[in-house]
Ligand binder design. Structure first.
Ligand code: 13P
Length: 237
């Protein structure tokens, strides 16, 4: 547990117009982050410009520009004033993509990156978790402006939260890997946990060696999300 506790909501592909307005009417000076679908980024950036809400994108292309239909570039995010981007979410990994290239472009542009990693159920059950996590971490070359989000795929959207012991084992491996493989890392990496966090389990999970949460389903209910922030307030950044 740390005094700097970062809480992000990932709306995924849920309509966000009304949701964003509801957040705007409730947030006050609450500090949290919202990762919204690309079409709503402009609206969100405008709505929260004078607040402590950080607006981020859910993915970005590994190409700088060009003939890549349907993709969104780092430059486009910058043009909208969006300074945060999530890279490597498991639902994006399923579609493929060059996450190493996306990381390099986003970091070169000075964006804050939430880099998601996590093993699926078969890797978890066969004891291959660390192999999967190291392979995904290998796309990182620097920790500049990076938060790593550990999201076990088997916990995402399932209601099954990883135990504090499981989270601690994975996070300890992640911290050690970063220490050994990222030059200049002093061991202060920011690591979030994501997977079925809600207002009922957040306090127990916050006892793990993590620096915050990445929340999916619960972030679609602003009051629940704000309750989580309140419950973990003494840890909030
Ligand atoms: P849930 O909180 O719905 O399990 O989703 C987690 C997630 O994927 C956040 O990126």
């Amino acid at each position: 547990m740390t005094s700097n506790f970062h809480i992000f909501g990932n709306f995924k592909m849920h309509a966000a117009g009304r949701l964003l307005r509801e957040y705007a009417s409730l947030v006050g000076d609450t500090r949290l982050g919202l990762l919204v679908p690309h079409p709503y980024l402009s609206q969100a950036a405008h709505l929260f410009q004078d607040t402590h809400v950080v607006v981020g994108a859910q993915s970005v292309s590994g190409h700088a520009q060009g003939a890549h239909t349907g993709q969104v570039s780092v430059g486009m995010l910058q043009e909208l004033g969006v300074g945060t981007v999530m890279i490597g979410h498991s639902e994006v990994r399923q579609q493929g993509g060059d996450f190493k290239a996306a990381l390099a472009l986003a970091q070169a542009a000075g964006l804050r990156v939430i880099y998601c990693i996590g093993e699926d159920i078969s890797a978890y059950e066969s004891g291959k978790r660390d192999d999967v996590l190291s392979a995904q971490l290998a796309d990182l070359t620097t920790l500049d402006q990076v938060m790593v989000a550990y999201e076990p795929v088997w916990s995402i959207g399932t209601g099954v939260v990883a135990s504090v012991d499981d989270i601690n084992a994975a996070v300890s491996m992640i911290r050690q890997w970063l220490l050994e493989n990222i030059p200049g890392n002093s061991g202060e990496a920011t690591v979030l946990y994501g997977g079925s966090i809600n207002e009922n389990n957040c306090e127990a999970v916050a006892d793990a060696d993590i620096n915050g949460f990445l929340m999916g389903g619960a972030s679609l209910k602003p009051k629940v999300m704000l309750e989580v922030v309140k419950l973990c307030k003494q840890r909030s950044y």
